[in-house]
Design a protein around this ligand. Sequence first.
Ligand code: AMP
Length: 301
Amino acid sequence: MSVLIAGSLALDTIETPEARVEDAVGGSASFAMVAASFFSPVQLVGVVGEDFPQAHLDYFRSRGIDLQGLQRLPGKTFRWSGKYLPGWSERVTLCTELNVSELYRPQVPPGFRRPDVVFLANDHPRLQRQVLDQVEKAGLVICDTMNLWINTAREELLALLPRVDLLMLNDEEARLFTGETFLLKAGRQILAQAGPRAVIIKKGEHGAFLIGPDQIFLAPAFPLEKFKDPTGAGDTFAGALAGFLARAGGLTGMNLRRAMIYGAVLASFTVADFSFARLRSLTAPEIDQRFQRLREMVAFD
Ligand code: AMP
């Protein structure tokens, strides 16, 4: 069992209503692969620049992540900066610098080309396609995206989606992508027109909404009174889901529902601190305990 994860590795500058951090290690693939590594062996395809700290690569390796598909190119690492508005009401992107990811061409090592699950974490749809083109056979293909790519690379995204089993996006992005206000309608439109087998719409602290041809499932977020930084919650959710599905052997039975609950649990740990600070000390019993508590919170019969 294995999960192949491709996406961004980044240095993030984040302002919250309470603090500011510079050059925190982030990126869609980083959060996703650390989360997935709690469930399944992970193979990474990605790129960093000369300035990406070696200590973080050592941390990824210490989680058993196979970095053969990681390129280190001359130049600066992808950088993103974002700001949470007062009251955490909204996040705005202040700056996205593609840097080395602009000229990068993903290389999927021969040993990575037949994974159980491929997770195309948020990145330019061109890069996501280039990864998928090199995969010979995959049990399941999951893809995440964001408003930037819906706005600037819509055609490339649309061309990718018939090759995707499960699309993830957040509520605002689902509305932007479809022009529909109501999420169920937006999800159904994506299934009918764009081609994935199911859609998961992430709704931040309100949980996640699965829309499939013959099922709907609502996964709550794990309720928290306090968090430090929500950055990476969506990537963590998706990575844990992908890792769990690789371990569970695909989409049969209740697997996707369980995977969404594990996604919610892992995301609840990511937001407790900046970057990977909380995930670094996370243990399997802590994951199981929150999984159990969420199960109790939604039981009514
Ligand atoms: P999330 O909070 O789950 O939406 O993810 C935030 C992470 O996504 C940050 O660590 C960023 O470095 C990364 N990110 C932001 N914008 C992009 C982008 N356009 N492409 C790839 N990754 C991005």
